[in-house]
Every structure is written in structure tokens, then in C-alpha cells.
Design a protein around this ligand. Structure first.
Ligand SMILES: [Zn+2]
Length: 289
């Protein structure tokens, strides 16, 4: 039997530490969301963007008390012109209300999504849409998969990409139950095509070798898919049993997240006709004839 190339992404965000406020470029300042955890690493990166007195805020963290004070400190007297959101998951949209409370009404740019936007007044941003302030032009890239409303943003002045949750500073992205693995892989391929010089992720440090990192993530997902397929037989198997077979090198505390990824691979395989799911679990789809 041919040996599998070992392309498992083994780094993780556990134990990563980052400063509360840092400047990553003349246009990019990062303020930690103050929401560290197993899924957020050191917390969500919220970005202040621009070179003038009026800035964009990209993502808002989880709504943790104390974050908006850090933001205020980083603003150092400058104004906020608008908010831009990569997607509507709670650790990205959660601080919007705090910002509106403190700084008053301003436009909120994101891809509209009834499930996440609730009663927020959203200025709908589609693929190719632009938002700019002095020194910064953001171009939206529709990149669904992790979330249906997910956008990445090209920072045109730097050939940089804000990757949201699609590419993280360390480890791999979770594809939740309402996510779509096939779309996620297409979104990664799009980032490879864009070929940025640097990626600013929503969690963890900046990525200075984007082509290698994104290539590894694609190889990792392809390997996981082959592993999932190799676990399947004629007898239905629960997702949890597949996770136990596959994720022997991952702490048990992370198995629920792994189960989301396995389930996402299974849904993709089912849509491609290779697997079938039922109440008893998952099995190989019967072959042709
Ligand atoms: Zn997310």
C-alpha cells in the first residue's frame, strides 16, 4: 500500500499569546478582542485600518467588556468611520453594539445574512464591493464555506488579505454544521489565486508565507477527506467513531470540533455520491451496478 504523504496541520492556537494592541503595518493596527478560548486562540483580532484621522474597524470581537476600552486606547483620539465584518459569527459581530453605544451610528458593511444580522442595519457588501478610507481600500471576496456570509478582504495598497476565519494564524478552521466543505475548499483556492504577500487572519499572528500556508490547508483537507473515506464500509458508522479512528493525535477536548469537520467532509462525499448518511450513521455509497 502506498504511504500517505503526511500533510496534517499540527500547529494549533493553544497557548499562543499576543499583545492587546499592536501595529502590523503603517495601515494596520490590531486590537485583541479580549476573548481567548479553545476556538478563538488568543482572542479575535479586531483591526483599525487607515492612515488618516478617520478609520475603519474590521471585526468587533465577541462583545467582551474591556475590549472597547482597548479599542479606545488604540484609536488615540482618531475617529471611526465605519465597521466592516468578515461574517456574522458571534466572536466577530458581538462587539458591534458596544461600538455603536460608544461612538454613535456608523455604516456596518458585511454580506447580509438574516440568520446572523438580527436587527442590525447592514449595508450589504457583495463580491467585488469596496470600502475605503484614507490610505486603505478594501475589496470584498465572497468566500463561503466556514459561514455562508463569509467575506475576505483584499487590502489593495499592500496586496494583503484579511482572511477572517478562512485561514487562521495557526491550526485549521472549523466547518460548523451549517458550513460547506466544498465551498470552503473553493474559497481557499481563490485565496491561492489572489496570491497575497501577507494574510491578516481573524485569530492569531499574521501569515507571511500565504501560498505555503494555504497550500498546506488544502492538502490537509484533501488528506482528511481520504481518511474519512477510508474509515467507511458497508456497515453504518457514527461520526464520533470515525473521529476516534482518525484523530488519535488530537486531544479529546478537541474531538467535538473534529466531529464538525468530519461531518462536513461526509456531507461533501455524500453530495458527490461516495458516501451515504442515515440514522445509523455513515457508510460507503453502493458502487455502480
Ligand atoms: Zn467564524
Amino acid at each position: 500500500m502506498q504511504q500517505e504523504p503526511r500533510r496534517i496541520v499540527t500547529d494549533s492556537m493553544m497557548g499562543l499569546e499576543m499583545p492587546d494592541i499592536a501595529r502590523w503595518s503603517p495601515r494596520v493596527q490590531v486590537v485583541l478582542g479580549q476573548n481567548p478560548g479553545p476556538f478563538t486562540g488568543p482572542g479575535t483580532n479586531t483591526y483599525l485600518l487607515g492612515t488618516g484621522e478617520s478609520l475603519l474597524l474590521l471585526d468587533t470581537g465577541q462583545g467582551v467588556e474591556g475590549w472597547v476600552d482597548k479599542l479606545h486606547e488604540a484609536l488615540a483620539g482618531r475617529q471611526l468611520e465605519a465597521m466592516v465584518l468578515t461574517h456574522g459569527h458571534p466572536d466577530h459581530i458581538g462587539g458591534v453594539a458596544q461600538v455603536l453605544d460608544r461612538y454613535g451610528d456608523m455604516p456596518i458593511h458585511k454580506a447580509r445574512c438574516a440568520e446572523y444580522d438580527r436587527d442590525l442595519e447592514i449595508s450589504d457588501l457583495a463580491d467585488g464591493g469596496r470600502v475605503s478610507v484614507e490610505g486603505v481600500t478594501l475589496r470584498a471576496l465572497a468566500t463561503p464555506g466556514h459561514a455562508a456570509d463569509h467575506l475576505c478582504f483584499v487590502l489593495e495598497e499592500e496586496n494583503a488579505v484579511f482572511s477572517g476565519d478562512n485561514v487562521l494564524g495557526a491550526g485549521t478552521t472549523v466547518i460548523p454544521g451549517n458550513g460547506d466543505m466544498a465551498q470552503y475548499l473553493d474559497s481557499l483556492a481563490l485565496l491561492l489565486d489572489i496570491s497575497p504577500d501577507v494574510i491578516y487572519p481573524a485569530h492569531g499572528p499574521a501569515i507571511t508565507d500565504p501560498a505555503r500556508k494555504v497550500g498546506e490547508l488544502i492538502a490537509h483537507r484533501n488528506l482528511r477527506e481520504r481518511q474519512v473515506l477510508a474509515c467507511l464500509g458497508d456497515k453504518p458508522m457514527a461520526v464520533e467513531a470515525i473521529v476516534e479512528l482518525m484523530y488519535t493525535d488530537v486531544p479529546v477536548s478537541l474531538h467535538p470540533a473534529a466531529a464538525w469537520s468530519v461531518a462536513a467532509h461526509l456531507r461533501k462525499l455524500e453530495s458527490e455520491g461516495s458516501a451515504r448518511g442515515g440514522e445509523q450513521g455513515w457508510a460507503l455509497a453502493p458502487g455502480p451496478g
